[in-house]
Design a protein around this ligand. Structure first.
Ligand code: AMP
Ligand code: GLY
Length: 420
């Protein structure tokens, strides 16, 4: 089969790498891809949201399955367009993906169906939002409604800070149009975890759970990023908690979407807070796999990923047996100096071939230079991943190897999967 993966991050590199292990795959394509993906796939110079160009390429290249990695193409309806053209595609429709691209829709759905989450209210009127804020007890969580690359959330420690955040979002347009509507919600103090399921809209199968690190600096300090590292399994996770999450959150959500005429197919990502007494609550849903969680989840998957994705498309996920490796897995993101603020790109990356044989390197912002050298080309550059018998061993392997990779200004957190 010929497969096209849409996207260019380390998540998409991981998906492509996993698909490349399937005996059913003939040719792999990536749009637009990166220097790492170029080693295992033909990269097409097409933007991930250019639906018509993607469809044209998929038809010309006789693509048998297109896999959508990031949220932006889902939000503009790439899946609907491919389906209308009779091209098999893995991912939710635009209407189903609204669970990610509108926090207001998502919150309404969750609350309408009694799925546990933080109490919240939505506002388009600035004055009413300010009035509401005055009545809250800090910390207060304020979220821009639309997509903001994971950065549209402010946790205000005081009412004053909350007012400022609201003014910035609704009047200062700090997140552009994404902030025209805001959600103000209760702060949940618990343990955060990412939980993914594969679903064909009927059968819902969990993957292994993972935790990610959103802040740029060690000790969870500094501004939010796209994610600086991740690990699996979370030490506080067990199968009882997994069952509670499936029964109270993931299955009811897939059912709720189906009931409302938005059949959900693909992967659904529950961003969860585990409250005392093993009570999970939803922070947010995403309509795709997480980045950098995918980089530690998919290496543990023994089952053929292509078989799973085809079963989702063909509504027979109940026929697939999922198998997972037992090891722990840790991934650390290397970023350009200055990220998530401004940074320079175009620096050569050295040491990519100097790591131990069992280390995985997934590329994000990289491109090939004129002589085939790998250059930096973004904020987050690579995720370096290792497995081990436990988190401590996996972590040690990653950090031993990451020092062998270098580019000017490179930065990574030193405390991923470190528990004191
Ligand atoms: P989101 O983009 O909704 O995932 O939010 C970004 C981050 O803000 C999350 O990963 C959480 O760490 C934090 N967060 C969001 N909502 C809440 C909440 N209601 N209570 C506590 N932390 C939250
Ligand atoms: N790991 C956060 C995200 O993918 O949104």
């Amino acid at each position: 089969m010929n497969i096209l993966v849409i996207g260019s991050g380390a998540r998409e590199h991981t998906i492509t790498w996993k698909l490349s292990q399937s005996p059913k795959v003939k040719e792999l394509y990536a749009a637009p891809g990166n220097a790492g993906m170029a080693k295992i796939a033909h990269c097409l110079d097409i933007k991930d949201t250019d639906i018509e160009a993607l469809l044209k390429a998929a038809k010309e290249l006789k693509i048998d399955l297109t896999v959508v990695g990031p949220e932006a193409p889902l939000a503009v309806g790439v899946v609907d367009r491919f389906q209308a053209a009779g091209m098999p595609v893995f991912g939710p429709s635009k209407a189903a993906a609204e669970i990610e691209w509108s926090k207001v829709f998502s919150k309404d759905l969750i609350q309408r169906h009694g799925i546990p989450c933080a109490r919240s209210a939505a506002f388009t009127d600035y004055k009413k939002a300010i009035e509401h804020i005055q009545k809250q007890k800090p910390p207060v969580v304020i979220k821009a409604d639309g997509l903001a690359a994971g950065k549209g959330v402010i946790i205000a420690e005081s009412i004053d800070e909350a007012r400022q955040a609201l003014t910035g979002m609704m009047q200062g347009k700090s997140f552009g149009a994404a902030g025209d509507r805001v959600v103000i919600e209760e702060y949940l103090a618990g343990r955060e975890m990412s939980f993914f399921v594969f679903t064909d809209g009927k059968t819902v199968i969990p993957t292994v759970p993972a935790c990610d690190y959103k802040r740029i600096f060690d000790g969870n300090k500094g501004p939010n990023t796209g994610g600086m590292g991740s690990y699996t399994p979370p030490p506080f996770f067990n199968s009882t908690l997994g069952n509670i999450i499936m029964k109270t959150i993931m299955e009811p959500t897939i059912m709720a979407l189906a009931d409302e005429g938005r059949l959900y197919k693909g992967t659904l990502y529950g961003g969860l807070m585990i409250m005392p007494n093993n009570v999970p609550k939803v922070i947010e849903f995403n309509a795709r796999l997480g980045d950098p969680e995918t980089q530690v989840v998919l290496p543990k998957l023994k089952t053929d990923l292509l078989d799973i994705m085809l079963a989702v498309v063909d509504n027979r996920l109940d026929k697939i047996k999922f198998e997972w490796r037992d090891e722990a897995c840790v991934g650390v993101a290397m970023a350009s100096g200055g990220y998530p603020g401004s940074y320079k790109t175009g620096f050569p990356i050295s040491g990519l071939d100097d790591v131990d044989k069992d280390i995985l390197i997934f590329h994000a912002g990289t491109k090939l230079g004129k002589n085939g050298e790998v250059l930096t080309n973004g904020g987050r550059i690579l995720t370096v991943v290792a497995m081990g018998k436990d988190l401590a061993e996996a972590r040690e392997k990653v950090y031993k190897n990451i020092t062998r990779i270098h580019f000017e200004g490179c930065y990574y957190r030193k405390d991923i999967a470190l528990f004191k």
